[in-house]
Design a protein around this ligand. Sequence first.
Ligand code: ATP
Length: 903
Amino acid sequence: MPLDTRRPSTTTWHSLKASEALERLGSSPHGLGAAEAEARLKEAGPNRLPEAERRPAWKRFAVQFNNVLIIVLLVAGVVTLALGHYVDSGVIFGVVLVNALIGYIQEGKAEKALESIKGMLSPEAVVLRDGRRTRVKAETIVPGDVVVIEPGDRIPADLRIIKARGLRVQEAALTGESVPVDKTAAPAPLTAPLAERVSLAFAGTTAVQGHAQGVVFGTALHTEIGRISEMLSRVETLDTPLLRQLAHFGRMLTAAILGLAAVAFLVGTVLRGYSMEDMFLAVVGLAVAAIPEGLPAIVTITLAIGVKRMAGRNAIIRRLPAVETLGSVSVICSDKTGTLTRNEMTTRAYALADGAVEVAGTGYAPVGTFQRDGTAFDPLDDPLLARVLVAGAVCADALVEETGAGGWTVTGDPTEGALVVAAGKAGLDPETLRREHRRLDAIPFESERAYMATLDADPDGGRPNIHVKGAPEVILRLCGTEATAEGERPIDRDAWHARAGDLSSRGMRVLALAERPGAPSDTHLDEAHVAENLTLLGLVGLIDPPREEAMQAVARCLSAGIRVKMITGDHAMTARAIGTALGLPGAGEAMTGADIDATSDEDLRRRVREVDVFARATPEHKLRLVTALQHDGSICAMTGDGVNDAPALKRADVGVAMGVQGTDAAKEAAEMVLADDNFASIAAAVEEGRTVYDNIKKAITFILPTNGGQAMTILAAIALGTMLPITPVQILWVNMITAVTLALALAFEPPEKGVMARRPRPSGAPILSGFLMWRVAFVSALLLVAVFGLFLWQVKGEGADPATARTVAVNMLVAGEIAYLFSSRYLTASAFSWDCFAGSRAALIAVALVVVAQAAFTYWPPMAFLFGTAPLTGEHWAAIAGCAVLVFLAVEAEKAVVRRREQ
Ligand code: ATP
């Protein structure tokens, strides 16, 4: 039957039987074949909603003019035109246009950078292809595909559920109903409204509990959500608290400057006797001089560069403000398994009622001996151990496969993979075992339940067996007896707790394995079946070594004044051993989830200061911990992967989701996603976050003195009654071309050496500290003295014409900026080093560009005409260069004094 993928939504998928739905869609419970899926993809098109339209180019360009300064400039341009200064007004309009163009291009680049990063987070889903679970891009899903749903998954298309166990779906995005809805495979009444079509799961909603499989009947625009809204994906706006703070600062500054300009105008015309026209040009110059026009663009670009660099280090930013917040993080709360450790589980030991067994071998290769008291033996000669091995392999979903190059990989949960590998080491074939012990039903593992159980057929045709594995505390409670070589006997729980404690204290993750015969007619398994009377077979201890790079990253965080807290579902002793190996200072002590429950909020706030390890913790505990840490004044980054981690991730200052292991729900709640699930990437992101903040600070401290120096020069000229040392159009040139070019170089600054050796920046600290304000004032004054000094020397001393004197003044200003640029690369460290001058390619390129631009400004006749400049002589240049060196030395001297004071 040809497949009609454009079937309208009014179909009755919810009221069909699951088998009918599969048949109509030309599919089966094993899903589609790969070739068929490909063919259907060609026909149906990608499962993707059209992107929200980007702002059209003309609008982005127009927005550039929506800025008080530009309006001031345009007014100035019009008035200058009316006064007959055609060249000046032409330059003003030209510069306005250039500025808008620069802003437009830079913003475009920043938006593109962010979008390319969004592309790295394209959603994926697990489908059955030829009966095998296959992870595919959600885009490639087609009608007829069978999708496997786990808790936390975002439903990738509209599905008819064909199998479900405890599935609950959060459908608020679609129906507005905030309580998750139960879903089943049974047909719903034909007349059921959308919210009651319990046999359907809709694209864009999130599974919060349970497991299911469903066959796709609608993709892309043919989904419910696709019909409601054709533009779901919004482009993240370029907006952060810092940018807002700067915009506010910009508005205040503009207002203050306009006020100052008005006063200067009055003083100039009334007291100093300037003509209205001259004074008007002077105050336009003042306004233009004092406003840092290029700053917003520079900050945006610096943030975008930071986002890109973080992505290069496996930390993908989902929300731009996180870039800033990362710089001030003071506590990182991290999951253990897979983030701090490698999540490469290896079975190391078994504890049985009659003794301990050690297992050798590394990785997932099924090679390694079993030893008792240091002597190797064949594990299959020990019937009890053999039972344990079989139970472990049968009660597991992981697949262990050989890769091409002789390596081995695990698909699925590494904990289970380790049990399957152990069976392989004993000479058992997991495939054969699973065929013989055919699975009839299962209760999948969930952290909250802490065990997994399967109902398996008996190979000899006897009663089916229930196999259970899970956390020892939980399983021991469910057991009445223990297995020994001689048979079963009442369980000695204390002895088992001691054995479990012994394995845990060696840093091992411990699982208990238990078993029970089912009733002959059993085909279904639920929690009541495993609630009591299990027989404990034994314990298994797995190692999961800490990641080498995580250990180093922990050390770097500690030296950066950032505390690291480990939060894990594992046993306290295991957690402490791993915490110690990682070098957590507070790992001598662990708080368990139960301890947290028994502690008041107030006490918890105190305890979180000392304790670094939290064990047997659930997502609710994470939420309480973040809250306690925040109340204590910490800026908190928190990792998570499960659907239940979402509230803690949202609450944290920087929620960090795992890119590989993480659920869609966690990723959506997070500010940042780790492409490699590695703790070291968080530390790298913090380092980049600090660098971004430093660079913004450097750019601001660099650019403001230029404005300060110019404004002071003009005020000085008005006060002293001399002509203007720099004309308004020359000021525009300096501010919009040279200062911006030079400041942009600072956006590319690499992290400073000591960036991870200082304490986190207090949150809410103003970007310009008192010290930096002083620096701005100091350098402004230096530039005033140099520029005004050289100008007076030219006019009064040398009798130069105004054009030459002004050209000297402008070039002095730019040379002073170049000198100060190198000083600005380090806020307090000395700039007397080879690295400072040659270490930044961006700075060298910027300086080269500016030198060429200044040469053109000075010598190229068309520019000389536009800007009223005149050619300079060698003597002029020598004086300018000499003064620039003096500016540099003065700033370095100030730094030296500051450094001495700080010691
Ligand atoms: P972390 O928080 O460090 O990432 P985790 O969340 O992986 O740890 P859980 O998965 O919640 O920790 O595991 C808690 C306990 O449940 C483990 O100590 C182990 O005893 C048991 N366990 C883990 N995985 C399985 C599994 N697949 N089947 C049965 N029991 C398991």
